[in-house]
Design a protein around this ligand. Structure first.
Ligand code: HEC
Length: 449
């Protein structure tokens, strides 16, 4: 966390500006008397003008117990950060968002409008006045400990995983039976680690009862690949056809599917938690949960998470812009919903495109990748794609010494689990008819592939 900055803006210069504006207004335009009657009415106040912006764009992270180290729930909490807020929203460092604004529109884009940034700047310049608490917008209700509404069900890994103080930690798995006697449609889900700083990523898979995946491994206890005796199991920990319920990485937000769409968990399924922990100098433990909110009515469409992956790259030492590409054609019609790019510390940019038969490229998303902010990007207008559409993912890696996160610019870098290795995964979500699961979706022209 950076040092706390105290607002240094003085009241005076803004008071003068306000007075001049008010005088100009008096002379030229018929402002309502109420406005004129309040000296300095033009200065935004915390309760009336600033709090609505904080509620809508900031408090998902800036409230007690969430990932930001300072809360912006009350005037007293926010006031000391007034000038820091102006700096960080002005440079668009906050709220965090990494998509190139010229490509695509995304429902979860938290970016402020120019007018909102202006309001925050004018508030700070006016000395960050509180205003009248009666002007506050209705409070935004957050479920305690969740950013989705209160979950219908919380599935917690039954066994806490011990995390050492240092060194690499192998991927850790925990298989948790749901006990569902009927299929469940999940409209929203959220992963909550108990030791957030140690979770590099978490993936929760749905293992239907007929899946052979990791079938002979124990339930309700944690294990790693190297504890396995069966070669097939060791291999299978890293390759699965199981559908993904949710991927979590630093900064990522919960899943909330559009109306009429949801993930499906068949009756009798297990949830398989795949946890990648990192160490931070202090031994601790983690017991991650996933919160599920079920759809109120049976949805018309089922959401599947698919991926474009290239795992055979070799990134040479010192190269600042190494390109890795992968593309594939869609086996069946689908509605494209969202993206979640994943790389490690050398990740620099990530793109998704549609490759047209005439060779032209339709850009879908351009991300200036930041390992510490792995976000999902949800299309404002989900895009229908025909079977045979070619989707492309392109990643750029910065293995030069100019990359401040680069653990070793002299290394040749390959695919691997640890953050000093690299990954290139373009996750994306599609909606398909409700009766189609992942295996059926991959049947092309009546043939499995
Ligand atoms: C997705 C989570 C998230 C959202 C949304 C978010 N922040 Fe942050 N913010 C953080 C985290 C985490 C930090 C601390 C780490 C950092 O500085 O990157 C932070 C740090 C800051 C700081 C730096 C404080 C200091 O140390 O000087 C300011 C200012 C800030 N945020 C303002 C905002 C404002 C204003 C908004 C909304 C318009 C916002 N943030 C939205 C997560 C978030």
């Amino acid at each position: 966390m950076r040092a706390i900055r105290i607002c240094s803006a003085s009241r005076l210069p803004f008071a003068i500006v306000t007075a001049v504006l008010a005088a100009a207004a008096l002379m030229s335009c018929p402002w309502p008397a109420r406005t004129l009657a309040q000296p300095g009415a033009a200065a935004p106040t915390f309760y009336r003008d600033v709090l609505p912006i904080l509620r809508q764009h900031c408090q998902s992270c800036h409230r007690a117990g969430e990932i930001a180290p300072m809360a912006f729930s009350t005037y007293e909490e926010t006031r000391p950060f007034a000038s820091a807020i102006v700096t960080d929203v002005g440079s668009r460092k906050m709220p965090p968002w990494f998509a190139d604004p010229s490509v695509g529109h995304f429902v979860n884009d938290p970016s402020l409008t120019a007018a909102e940034i202006q309001t925050l700047a004018r508030w700070s310049a006016a000395g960050a006045p509180p205003g009248e608490s009666a002007d506050a917008p209705p409070p935004r209700h957050f479920a305690e400990g969740w950013n989705i509404p209160q979950p219908d069900l919380v599935v917690r890994m039954p066994k806490a995983v011990a995390i050492p103080a240092s060194g690499d930690v192998e991927y850790t798995y925990e298989i948790v039976p749901t006990g569902f006697t009927e299929g469940k449609w999940v409209a929203m889900s959220e992963i909550r680690p108990t030791s957030r700083e140690n979770v590099h990523h978490a993936v929760v898979y749905i293992r239907p009862p007929d899946s052979p995946w990791l079938r002979d491994l124990p339930k309700n206890v944690s294990f790693t690949a190297s504890e396995m005796t069966n070669e097939q199991d060791m291999h299978d920990t890293h390759t699965t056809k199981a559908d993904i319920l949710l991927v979590y990485a630093p900064g990522s937000s919960p899943d909330e599917w559009p109306a009429g769409m949801a993930k499906y968990i068949p009756a009798g399924s297990d949830l398989v938690f795949q946890m990648h922990y990192t160490t931070h100098g202090r031994a601790t433990s983690d017991q991650t949960s996933i919160g599920l909110a079920f759809a109120k009515v049976r949805p018309a469409k089922r959401v599947l998470t698919l991926q474009l992956t290239n795992s055979s790259f070799v990134i040479p030492p010192g190269v600042g812009d190494y390109r890795v590409e992968v593309h594939g054609s869609l086996p069946n019609d689908a509605l494209l919903l969202s993206f979640f790019p994943h790389m490690h510390l050398r990740g620099k940019k990530f793109e998704y495109n549609i490759l047209q038969p005439d060779g032209s490229v339709d850009p879908l998303l351009r991300v200036n990748y930041d390992f510490y902010w792995q976000l999902s990007y949800r299309l404002a207008a989900p895009t229908p794609l025909k079977a045979g559409t070619v989707l492309q993912a392109v990643a750029y890696f910065d293995n030069s010494k100019n990359n401040p996160h680069n653990p070793d610019p002299n290394a040749t870098v390959y695919w691997g689990d640890q953050t000093y290795d690299e990954m290139m995964v373009g996750f994306f979500d599609v909606a398909v008819p409700a009766n189609i699961g992942k295996p059926e979706f991959f049947i092309r022209d009546g043939r499995a592939n």
